[in-house]
Design a protein around this ligand. Sequence first.
Ligand SMILES: Nc1ncnc2c1ncn2[C@@H]1O[C@H](COP(=O)(O)OP(=O)(O)OP(=O)(O)O)[C@@H](O)[C@H]1O
Ligand SMILES: [Mg+2]
Length: 508
Amino acid sequence: MGVRGGVFTLTMARLNLRLRNHLFRTLMSQEIAFFDENHTGDILSRLSADTTQVSDLISQNVNIFLRSAIKGVGFFIFMFKMSWKLTLVTVMGFPFIALVSKVYGEYYKKMTKEVQTTLAEANKVAEETISAMRTVRSFANEGGEADSYYAKLLVMFQLNKKQALAYACYMWSSSTSELALESIASVYTGLMQGVGAAEKVFEYLDRKPKHPAEGVDAPDICTGLVEFKDITFAYPTRSETDILKGVSFTLRPGEVTALVGPSGSGKSSCVSLLENFYVPQQGHVLLDGKPVNTFQHSYLHSKVALVGQEPVLFARTVKENIAYGLSDVSMEAVVQAATKANAHDFISTLPKGYDTSVGEKGTQLSGGQKQRVAIARALIRNPRVLVLDEATSALDAESEHIVQQALNNIMQEHTVMVIAHRLSTVEKADNIIVIDGGLVAEQGSHDELMASGGLYCKLVQRQVLGNESRAEVLNPAENIRWKSSSGHLRKRVNSSSSGSESDSNMRY
Ligand SMILES: Nc1ncnc2c1ncn2[C@@H]1O[C@H](COP(=O)(O)OP(=O)(O)OP(=O)(O)O)[C@@H](O)[C@H]1O
Ligand SMILES: [Mg+2]
C-alpha cells in the first residue's frame, strides 16, 4: 500500500515537473502578440493551478483505478465460481452504467474546463491588482478590486454547485443499478476533471508561435545600417487600424537619428518592428540589407540593444540586472557599463552596492535610477545599433548631460536611434525624422527643419515659447553637441542662446 502510494506521489511530482517545464518553454517561444492577447494572470493560472490539477488527478486516480481494477477482477472470478448465472445477471446492468458514465463524463469535463477558465479569470484580477497595488491604493479602489475578485469567485461557485449536483445524480444512478461501483465512479470523475484541465494546458502546449524566431544568419561583420522600407503595420490585436502607412527611413552607422512626432504616432511601434517583436503587413525592416527576421534570434538582440520607454528591471540584484542575458560577465565590465550610464555613483551608495536587490520590476529604485540601470544593461552588450526610446526622460538635466556624454563616446561607430521629447536630445541629432499619422511627415537636420517651417518647427516654437523662462533656470550654459563629421563625433560647445532651448521639456 505505502509503496504504491509513494511511487504514485513521485510519479505525480515528475509529471508536474515535465508539464510545467514544457509549458513554460512553449510560452517563452510565443510571439509578442500572444502576450498582448493573453493576460498574465490567465497564463499563470494555466502554469500553476491547471498543471497541478492535471498531474494530481491523473496520478491519484490511476492509483485508485489500479487498486479497484485488481479488486474487481478478483470479485468477478470469485462470483463466477460461486454462480455464473447470477454473475451474468449482475453484468446486465453494465451497458446502462457505461451510457450514464459517458454522458456524465462529457458533462463533467466541460464543467471542469469552465471552472478552470473562471479560476484563470479570478487569477487575472488578483495578479493585476497586486502588481499594481500602488495605483489601486492611490485611487482608493481596494474595495472595488476585492468585489470584482469576489464576483469571479462567485461565478466559479455556481459552476461548482452544478458539478456537485451532477456528481450526486451520477452516484445515485449507478447505485440504483445495484452495483456499488463507488470507487470506479469517483475515479472516473477524477479522471474527467483531469482531462478537462489538461485540455486547457494542451491548448497552450500545442500552440505553434505565429512567427517563430527561426532565422539563422549570424555574419561576423555587422555595420549597423538599418532601413525601414515602405512599412505598413497594424497590431494583430487591432488589425483594422494601420499604425504605420508606408514608412521609409534609414538609420546610418555613426549617426544619431531622432524620431519625433505626436504621442501615439507610432514611434515605439517602429522600435518594436526593429526588435522583430512583430511582423509588418507590408515592407521590411532591414539590418545590413537583410530582413531582421532572417537573423539568428540571439545574434539580432546582441547587435540591436534597446532601452525601452518603460524599462522593466527584474527582481534581482543590480549586477544581475546589468548582466541580464549574458553569461560569464566580469565585475569590471558591469562597473564599466554602469559608469558609462552614470549609474555607478548611485549604485555605490546602495546598502549592498551592486548586490542590492532592486525589488519587483525595480520598484525599489527611482525612475531615473531605473533608466540608468537599463542604459547600462544595453551598453554592456556593446551593440551596433542602440535604440533609446525616451531613455533619459526621467533624468535631471545634469544626469542626462553626463549620460549623453557617455553615449557620445560609443556613438562614434554605432547606429543610434533616439526617441525623445527634450529638445536638447533631439536638436543635436544628425537626422530628425518627423512621424505624423503613420507617415514620415518630414526629415532633415534641426536647422533644415526649422528653416522649412513645417510641423517640427511649429512644435519647437510652441514648446520653446512655453518653457523659455523655466528652461533658462534649469539649463547649464554649456552643452555638448552631437555632430558627426566623417563618421566621428566632435564635441561642440553651444552658445548660451541655443542652450536656453535645450532642456525645455518638449512633448512632441
Ligand atoms: N500592443 C499594442 N496593441 C495594439 N495597439 C497598440 C499597441 N501598442 C501601441 N498601440 C497603438 O499604436 C499606436 C502607436 O503607439 P506607439 O506606442 O508607437 O506611439 P508613440 O509614438 O511611441 O507614442 P508616445 O510618444 O506616447 O510614446 C497608438 O495608437 C497605440 O494605441
Ligand atoms: Mg512611445
